[in-house]
Write a protein that binds this ligand. Structure first.
Ligand code: PNW
Length: 496
């Protein structure tokens, strides 16, 4: 009899523990913030209204349509330039805490330079910011999300060190004009992506240059300098009165276990992926392994210098410490293994890492987007350990399909990724303070055009009105946000 009671007691204890902790794990901590995001070129349209100047994406889509999967452009996109008030209502109805949008440089500075400021361009962003505030939504402003003025590109773009000053002049205008209303600024979205895909071995993204296997290093180098210059400017001239925070965003991919995935291969992958951008900011200078490998390989290739530029001691110190938070964009993972033959493509050759995948993994409509939530947890713990557990904002996470309204797969992706994140917070002490849904609306997905759609709200790109409608994920997120708790993935009998 006694045994029976003990057994029942233990059983009840286990059950209570499971149910108690499941609920805890699936609930956002108090004070945690949830928002959604977009980028100017992907949603605004109105590419030539008023005095707006041409930017690199206008030029690229108009002149290289063959590179865009469906030959499309962002000329109209979601027409958010005209429909921003409706967008704000969607954000409000979702119950979100913040909306992250980006400013189009050439809409504000039609010539690229700060000698002429567009009143209409500024007014648009002031109206959008005010509409958010009026509706109780915090505006989060990305100063630059890939669409710099074409004239600056004609002058060398991110490979020209003068871009650091041009960017800083532009940032000053944004701090002066929007700063009084904005508490969170992001200087630059993902140098890694536009530098690798716009200035190196592929022509996938604007400006579509192939620059001797070093364009991406030069581009990141100047982008980090530009970021740090804007950070110091904010610190010196605006922080005291505006009382905001400012940081940079980088995309980091995660990893999952597999054959030949070792602690060393994970570390090397991390440093070339995440550390390339964040090590200069959190620790100082590029990671040692990145400097050594690129220098050695450049020497083997007979360059008289490393293809990775060197920072002077002044710049190392100037860049170090220039972020108030770790801005993370995260989508996917791989099994990083050493490329022992060292004979694959350029990225592999410099990093010495192959990001291997498994054909059984499911993907979104973006071929690179493998759904591997556990990789997200691994990444969050690594960032905690490498950079002394900084406050971390997940500023993008999302899933692409082809625009289905019954987007069960998207909900299932969010369920998996958000529960991994909550476990990393609750069980492993990761200091994640905010999460951002990418994206509010289906939109122009860069070189994929409208063939890969990330929105939790559908946009009819065939209607001149760009009609918005709810998807299943709209109401799922609404419920998650109002309860502050993850909801089960709805079942679909016809689901694969
Ligand atoms: C982001 N990766 O880029 C951009 O900031 C968005 O503008 C874009 O729409 C979104 O992701 C979806 O593509 C990334 O391979 C592209 O890990 C690729 C990766 C990460 C971010």
């Amino acid at each position: 009899m006694e045994h029976y009671f003990i057994a029942v007691t233990i059983f009840c204890a286990i059950i209570t523990r499971i149910s108690c902790c499941d609920v805890v794990k699936l609930t956002f901590p108090s004070g945690f913030r949830v928002g959604t995001a977009s980028a100017s070129y992907q949603v605004e349209g109105a590419w030539n209204v008023s005095d707006k100047g041409e930017n690199v994406w206008d030029w690229f889509t108009h002149n290289k349509p063959e590179i865009i999967a469906d030959g499309s452009t962002g000329d109209v996109a979601c027409d958010s330039y005209h429909k921003y008030e409706e967008d704000v209502q969607w954000v409000k109805n979702l119950g979100l805490d913040f909306y992250r949008f980006s400013v189009s440089w050439s809409r504000v500075l039609p010539n690229g330079f700060a000698n002429e400021v567009s009143e209409d361009g500024l007014q648009y962003y002031k109206n959008l910011t005010q509409a958010l505030i009026d509706n109780g939504i915090e505006p989060v402003v990305t100063i630059y999300h890939w669409d710099h003025p074409q004239i600056l590109e004609d002058l060398g773009g991110w490979t020209n060190e003068l871009m650091v000053e041009w960017y800083a002049d532009y940032a000053r205008v944004i701090f002066e004009e929007l700063g009084p209303m904005v508490k969170t600024f992001i200087t630059i979205n993902e140098p890694k992506i536009y530098c690798e895909q716009g200035y190196n071995s592929t022509t996938k993204k604007a400006p579509g240059k192939t620059l001797e296997n070093m364009g991406h290093y030069l581009c990141v180098h100047n982008s980090l300098k530009a970021h740090a210059t804007a950070y110091h400017m904010y610190d010196d001239e605006f922080r005291a009165t505006q009382q905001g925070q400012i940081g940079i965003l980088t995309p980091c991919t995660g990893w999952v276990p597999g054959d030949n995935v070792t602690e060393e291969s994970i570390e090397q992958h991390f440093q070339f992926d995440c550390g390339w951008i964040m090590h200069p900011i959190y620790v100082g200078d590029y990671p040692e392994i990145v400097k050594t490998r690129v220098a050695n390989i450049s020497a083997l290739e007979n360059y008289p210098f490393s293809r990775l530029p060197e920072f002077s001691q002044e710049w190392i110190e100037y860049i170090n410490g220039t972020t108030d938070f770790f801005g993370l964009n995260h989508y996917t993972s791989s099994m990083p293994i050493f490329d022992t033959a060292e004979e694959l493509g350029i990225y592999t050759r410099d990093s010495g890492i192959i990001k291997s995948t498994n054909s059984s993994w499911s993907t979104g409509s973006s071929s690179w987007l493998y759904v591997l939530p556990e990789g997200f947890g691994n990444l969050l713990r690594m960032i905690r350990d490498q950079y002394n557990n900084p406050p971390l904002y997940v500023f993008e996470n999302g899933y692409s399909d082809t625009g289905e309204l019954e987007d069960y797969e998207r909900i299932s992706y969010y369920y998996g990724y958000v529960s991994e994140m909550l476990a990393a917070i609750n069980d492993d002490g990761c200091n994640v303070v905010a999460y951002t849904i990418w994206s509010l609306l289906d939109n122009f997905e860069w070189n994929a055009g409208y063939t890969e759609l990330f929105g939790i709200i559908s946009v009819d790109f065939n209607s001149s009105d760009r009609t918005r409608s709810a998807k299943l994920s709209t109401s799922w997120w609404q419920e998650v946000i109002s309860t502050r708790t993850l909801q089960d993935v709805p079942s679909n009998s016809t689901r694969r």
